[in-house]
Design a protein around this ligand. Structure first.
Ligand code: ZN
Length: 223
């Protein structure tokens, strides 16, 4: 196995996991990292059964993984739920990978505008008690929260995977660039925008946008 193929990155499957499964069978990576938006009508493991045990399957959530609720349930209550990378740094095949799933949501934080809320706790504390008892809606759970980005920013990693894009994409956010820079990563892989491209941002950080259901290796080669 070539070193650059020890981890593969999968762009938004939206229900189509065949390209990922084919890439795993062809290249035998130690791990794969999925970049969100799965559209799971059945539990996650149902779709990737044939590669479970052949490789490690890590993932971050996209916006489509919170709506409808069944899609959320099929990811967050799946047998693979513990391999979520959101807000974590995990050493995978010798590489420290940081994850930031979800999206910037106008009702919470839409950079460069100031955040409307800093944390889930602050938001919930300001709700009426009947609303508070229901907890955070799935919509709000899909949001990127300022205090969580601030905590992640204190950690170090080699690679950052996000659903949202940095400013290398016209629909990207400078907050992602700043996060990548603060964490000292060399590469960012993102999904969500269904565009395959590579770019270089500040500090020479390489960004790879992965198209929908596309699979890329550590060098950004499209497989
Ligand atoms: Zn998305």
């Amino acid at each position: 196995m070539k070193d650059e193929k020890k981890i593969l990155f999968a762009g938004d499957p939206h229900g189509d996991f065949d390209p990922l499964i084919n890439a795993v069978n062809q290249h035998h990576p130690e791990a794969v990292v999925l970049l969100g938006d799965y559209d799971l009508k059945k539990p996650f493991e149902h779709y990737v059964q044939s590669i479970v045990g052949k490789t490690k399957i890590w993932w971050i959530p996209g916006n489509h993984d919170f709506d409808p609720p069944l899609h959320h349930e099929n990811l967050f209550s799946s047998q693979l739920s513990k391999y979520g990378l959101h807000l974590k740094v995990i050493e995978i095949a010798g590489i420290r990978i940081a994850g930031l799933g979800g999206i910037f949501l106008g009702r919470v934080w839409y950079p460069p505008y100031s955040p409307r809320w800093n944390s889930k706790k602050q938001y919930l504390n300001r709700q009426a008690s009947d609303a508070k008892s229901l907890g955070l809606s799935l919509k709000f759970q899909s949001a990127i929260w300022p205090d969580e980005v601030a905590s992640l920013k204190k950690l170090k990693a080699d690679v950052l995977v996000t659903h949202e894009a940095p400013r290398s994409h016209r629909h990207g956010f400078i907050v992602i660039d700043q996060l990548a820079e603060a964490m000292g990563v060399k590469k960012v892989f993102h999904g969500h925008l269904h565009e395959q491209y590579s770019a270089t941002i500040r500090k020479g950080i390489k960004v790879f946008g992965i198209g929908d259901a596309m699979v890329s290796d550590l060098l950004g080669n499209n497989l």
